[in-house]
Design a protein around this ligand. Structure first.
Ligand code: CUA
Length: 362
């Protein structure tokens, strides 16, 4: 002691400087943290509560981060090894009980406080919407979402999510294979879709617009593409959509088809080329080449070649169960597995017949 003041205790002056640096850096950090736009626009009635909680987390955690980093940098500077000190050892310290009590107590209080806040917030959010109101079933599977609900006594299944604005919705979330996670960032809430059990949450969308479901749990190669469009509609538009979707595409034409096969052809071609926009069913022609339909994408197998030798039953199986047989050079899990679920039997029949006729025509 005394011979080398550089190794002495931190002086009062140094503490004042350190605290000043810490305060200024914390203020800048908090200002930056609060001014960043972390999340998209608030799209549900509870979104602002989550955002406030986020702000509190920033205000609490930035000073802790700044304090730790300031002390680490200061220590590196003050107690660095200087030339000629290679063989010197530091003073023998056997702990400091007072310091340890302080640095255990303060974090405990902070964490306990944040946990209490989070618990109160969670209970509040869960109780907010009236339970048992509108139920929408959400099913995840590698790598697609399917939504189903009952309107006017009719079951509606879709690949895109349609909800009315301003009404509480009870989402029941399931998975058919691995763990996925149902998340619409604008609504803020998020829950895992776990095979074998039903999870979910209730919330009230508050903003009309188009959003996206994002799978928020790494679930395989197609995870990044496991998204689905969300349409939050005004009540009248939602009612119009329900009306439209509960009336099967080409219902009139299917009726007329009993007279001849021309109309079935029309429905099949329409589904192949344009899909079914009201349920979000993707068109086959988006990914497949088929001369008769005038489509030319190479994302999936060229149907003129791939199914040219197949009977109609095999073609039907490929629509309903696309992962069962995969063409050489193409990957499993790319074709949506839920196409067969969002088309009704007549539509699948028409599509199968259309593809079969088209590839065997030549
Ligand atoms: Cu499903 Cu990630």
């Amino acid at each position: 002691m005394g011979e080398d003041t550089r190794r002495g205790p931190v002086t009062g002056r140094m503490w004042v400087t350190l605290i000043a640096i810490g305060l200024v850096a914390s203020a800048i950090g908090i200002a930056l943290g609060l001014s960043l736009r972390w999340f998209p626009a608030q799209g549900s009635t509870i979104a602002h509560k989550i955002d406030t909680f986020w702000d509190v987390l920033i205000i609490v955690s930035v000073p802790i981060f700044v304090g730790v980093v300031t002390m680490v940098l200061f220590s590196i500077w003050r107690w660095r090894q200087r030339p000629g000190e290679e063989l010197l050892d530091g003073p023998p310290i056997h702990g400091n009980t007072k310091l340890e009590v302080v640095w255990t107590t303060i974090p405990t209080i902070i964490i306990a406080g944040l946990c209490a806040y989070a618990t109160v917030l969670l209970l509040d959010i869960q109780n907010a919407p009236a339970k048992g109101t509108r139920v929408i079933n959400v099913t995840g599977q590698q790598f697609a979402w399917t939504f189903s609900t009952v309107e006017n006594g009719k079951k509606i299944q879709t690949n895109e999510l349609y909800v009315p604005v301003g009404e509480p919705i009870n989402f029941k979330v399931r998975s058919l294979d691995v763990i996925h996670d149902f998340w619409v960032p604008e609504w803020r809430l998020k829950v895992d879709a776990v095979p074998g059990i039903t999870t979910g949450y209730a919330l009230t969308p508050s903003k009309v617009g188009n959003y996206q479901v994002v799978c928020a749990e790494l679930c395989g190669l197609g995870h990044a593409f496991m998204r689905a469009n969300v349409h939050v509609l005004p009540a009248a538009k939602y009612a119009a959509w329900v009306q439209k979707v509960t009336t099967p595409v080409g219902a009139a034409a299917v009726g007329a088809a009993s007279n001849g096969s021309a109309s079935v052809d029309t429905i099949g071609k329409q589904l192949f080329v344009a899909g079914n926009p009201s349920t979000g069913t993707l068109a086959c022609g988006t990914c497949h080449t088929m001369k008769a339909a005038g489509t030319s994408s190479a994302t999936g197998p060229n149907l003129d070649k791939f199914v040219a030798q197949d009977p109609a039953s095999a073609i039907r199986e490929m629509i309903v169960n696309p992962n069962k047989e995969i063409a050489t050079g193409f990957a499993k899990g790319v074709m949506p597995v839920n196409i067969g679920k969002t088309l009704n039997k007549q539509q699948i029949d028409a599509l199968t017949a259309y593809i079969y006729k088209s590839v065997h025509r030549r």
